[in-house]
Ligand binder design. Structure first.
Ligand SMILES: NC(=O)c1ccc[n+]([C@@H]2O[C@H](COP(=O)([O-])OP(=O)(O)OC[C@H]3O[C@@H](n4cnc5c(N)ncnc54)[C@H](OP(=O)(O)O)[C@@H]3O)[C@@H](O)[C@H]2O)c1
Length: 266
């Protein structure tokens, strides 16, 4: 599994991680997450919003806390200064750990909320409860507010939607993040895949055949083609997690990228 520096956090994080939205709560899911960890997908993304997910992640990482990079998120409605700190404590309890690798504001409803949440994240970093501070679903203007409010603590990541059918972040968010040392974590990497046209699928299959990879693996490789990009697919079966884990350690050529972008225009 390829690992890259996670923004300016100083951590090396696998390019492909594991999402947990709408994850079921059963032993198979725990085993699937553990298999993903075994295969190097140690970046595990969860949130207080996802019912039961933090508890499931807690079961999956029990006894192997040092191997994983655990990320959770506070809801905007809880993201006052005190509310963010309380949300972090609840999340730590559900995960059965005493620190998070990164804690994110899930999205923002207004600028003052970003400022308040970032002040809390900064305090949590200094208190050792979280190792890095991040955000999710923020525009460039909002990212600038976050950076300013974090003051001497670096903004590690912006977690945003990124898939072949939604490449909007390529316009402004990715360039800004690259220039400012902020990792871009793309969520819902497979959204829209089931509606891909035969022609679109043929492009992914053709590129995949050259590299000995599947359409999903080519998709994940495209979405993580530069060093600032990470992806967090959610999988709830062993075949899916194994397929996703084998999506790095090959390079798309410029011609591959051009062909994919022509088939999935912005
Ligand atoms: N920050 C935010 O606002 C936000 C929003 C949405 C999502 N997220 C995060 O991003 C994660 C991923 O996004 P997502 O859950 O929306 O969707 P996704 O990862 O794009 O897609 C998940 C779907 O793809 C299937 N799948 C996974 N691997 C596959 C494979 N190799 N072959 C075929 N199908 C495969 C899964 O099926 P199975 O489950 O049956 O394996 C599931 O139906 C979330 O779980 C969450 O952690 C964050």
């Amino acid at each position: 599994m390829e690992v890259h520096q996670f923004g300016s956090s100083g951590s090396s994080v696998p390019v492909i991680g594991q999402g947990t939205w709408q994850i079921a709560s059963n032993d198979l899911v725990v085993r699937t997450l553990q298999r993903g960890i075994d295969l190097g997908m140690t970046h595990i993304d969860t949130a207080e919003l996802y019912p039961g997910a933090e508890e499931v992640v807690g079961k999956a990482i029990r006894g192997r806390r040092d191997e994983v990079f655990v990320v959770s998120k506070v809801l905007p409605k809880n993201a006052s200064r005190r509310g963010t700190i309380a949300a972090c404590e609840r999340t730590l309890k559900k995960l059965g750990t005493d620190y998070l690798d990164c804690f994110l504001l899930h999205w923002a409803e207004e600028p003052s909320q970003i400022r308040e949440a970032m002040v809390a994240l900064r305090e949590l970093v200094w208190a050792g409860k979280i190792r890095a501070a991040g955000v999710s679903n923020l525009s460039v203007a909002e990212l600038e507010i976050a950076v300013e409010a974090l003051d001497d603590v670096a903004l590690s990541c912006n977690q945003v939607v990124y898939n072949l059918f939604d490449r909007a972040i390529e316009d402004e968010v990715i360039p800004w993040c690259s220039a400012n040392g902020v990792a871009v974590v793309g969520y819902s990497p497979f959204a829209g895949m089931s509606d891909a046209s035969p022609a679109q699928r043929a492009v992914l299959a053709r590129v995949g055949a050259v590299h000995g990879r599947t359409e999903r693996q080519v998709t994940l490789r495209y979405l993580t083609r530069t060093s600032d990009l990470f992806a967090i697919p959610k999988a709830s079966s062993l075949p899916h997690v194994e397929e996703n884990a084998d999506s790095t350690e090959f390079e798309l050529t410029e011609a591959d990228v051009a062909e994919i972008e022509a088939a999935f225009p912005r």
